[in-house]
Design a protein around this ligand. Structure first.
Ligand code: FES
Length: 108
């Protein structure tokens, strides 16, 4: 059994050189919102959900990105509605939100 049922990593990387980076897409606000929602839903903690910050996950062209383990489901999102759907459908009910899945060919 896994320590966390779902372990989520949000890329918060920023770059000063103008190259694509998730921080340009309000990744910090998305992270904060998702963490708060998970806590409010009572999902946070061992046996539940953990939301963590990450540096570059090397899929910058699809930013902002987050990845959910152990399923290794990669998501991209545009607003809080998308994040709420990931929390409700995936993290709470175990159903992947297909419309937000990052295409497998998206890289840096
Ligand atoms: S900057 Fe976010 S994946 Fe690279």
């Amino acid at each position: 059994m896994s320590y966390y049922q779902h372990h989520v990593f949000f890329c918060l990387n920023e770059r000063k050189n103008g190259e694509a980076a998730c921080a340009q897409h309000d990744a910090q606000a998305a992270f904060d919102h998702c963490k708060a929602r998970v806590k409010a839903e009572g999902l946070a903690g061992p046996g539940g959900v953990r939301i963590n910050k990450a540096g570059c996950l090397d899929r910058c062209a699809g930013g902002p990105v987050a990845v959910v383990y152990p399923e290794e489901t990669w998501y991209t999102f545009v607003d809080q509605h998308d994040l709420d759907e990931i929390v409700e459908e995936h993290l709470k009910n175990g159903r992947v939100v297909q419309r937000l899945v990052l295409p497998p060919t998206v890289g840096r």
